[in-house]
Design a protein around this ligand. Structure first.
Ligand code: FES
Length: 343
């Protein structure tokens, strides 16, 4: 017997549809034109997650990188792995507009240049102006890109805002033998064709109504560069914005002039660099990012916190907030692993 399902979203809108017996929730949603953001479809990336508010359901597979035991206890679920056994309602912590956009599309672009911005990081600049419309992504979302000449795909956050000429940037960590890293180092030439699928993901900046804490691990900075460009372009922001940018070694740091420029362009913006394994010459902050948070201030002033980086960083910050018993915050995060980087 079919069941009725309701999906409600952060903007207060709700979609209703029917799901067939034993059908995956994601399949039923897509069949009914509700294009939930997704990536792996295998229970690993966590992109399609929501929370069950009522009804009974089971999940086929949930990777621990996607949802923690605590998430599961809070009835968080992955649409691509969920089957319902009753009528059910689910909540998704993003606006409904993200689902109504056309499904992500394949776009062809050409490489314009590669900029080496630290010992371990490059910015790939591509020109997608042959695409007839402006690419309509939200800063913080990402693209899934095919490594030219291979059948490998990698995911990277946009490092700039959408623009009329579709000139796009992506921050890419150069791994010793990664597929994209080898392409960038050895074969990448201006004029080369590169294909990507976008926009993907549900990590994007919500309306700013209270202080923001942005936490970037390594090339997780990419998502925040797009968001900060967007804030700077719109003018000043009344709420304080603190960016914590953590890397392993000081020579991993990149885009420091751009961060310094945001201090001029965005009122109330400041940033902090944190190096976990500093060189002898590093005179700045060291250790783990949460060591540099101010728990008293966080407890006294409700805030929104955005995390983008490797899973251990995201988990360390979640458990620090838990240990400190800080309660009045809303968290949004994007995890990536470097072999299949969502950076
Ligand atoms: S799409 Fe990756 S977990 Fe569902």
């Amino acid at each position: 017997m079919n069941h009725k399902v309701a999906f409600s979203f952060a903007d207060g809108k709700t979609s209703f549809f029917e799901i067939k017996p034993n059908e995956l929730l994601l399949d039923a949603a897509l069949r009914n034109g509700v294009n939930i953001p997704l990536d792996c479809r295998e229970g690993v990336c966590g992109t399609c997650q929501g929370r069950c508010e009522s009804g009974q359901y089971t999940q086929d597979y949930v990777d621990e990188e996607a949802l923690t035991p605590r998430d599961l206890a809070q009835r968080k679920m992955l649409s691509c792995q969920t089957r319902v056994q009753s009528d059910a309602s689910f909540y998704f912590d993003f606006d409904s507009g993200l689902c109504n956009a056309d499904a992500s599309r394949l776009v062809q672009a050409v490489v314009t240049h590669v900029e080496l911005v630290s010992a371990t990081t490059a910015i790939l600049h591509i020109d997608a102006s042959s695409h007839s419309q402006q690419l309509d992504y939200l800063p913080g979302q990402y693209a899934r890109m095919q490594v030219p000449g291979t059948d490998q795909w990698r995911s990277y956050s946009f490092a700039n805002c959408p623009n009329a000429t579709n000139q796009l940037q992506f921050l890419i960590r150069l791994l010793p033998d990664g597929a994209m890293s080898s392409f960038i180092r050895e074969r990448c030439q201006p004029g080369q064709i590169i294909e990507f699928e976008a926009p993907l993901g549900s990590f994007y900046l919500r309306q700013i109504t209270r202080p923001l804490v942005l936490v970037a691990g390594g090339t997780g900075l990419s998502a925040f560069l797009g968001m900060l460009d967007d804030i700077a372009d719109k003018g000043s922001c009344e709420q304080p914005i603190q960016l914590f940018y953590g890397v392993t070694q000081d020579n991993d740091l990149c885009e420091l002039p751009r961060l310094a420029a945001y201090r001029e362009r965005i009122s109330n913006f400041d940033y902090h660099l944190v190096v976990s394994k500093p060189s002898a010459t590093w005179a700045g902050k060291t250790g783990w990012i949460p060591e540099h948070f101010d728990p008293k201030q966080m407890e006294a002033n409700p805030f929104d916190i955005y995390l983008c980086g490797p899973p251990p960083m995201v988990e360390a910050i979640r458990s620090w907030l838990d240990t400190q018993q800080i309660q009045h915050f809303q968290m949004y995060y994007e995890k990536f692993v470097e072999s299949n980087a969502k950076q």
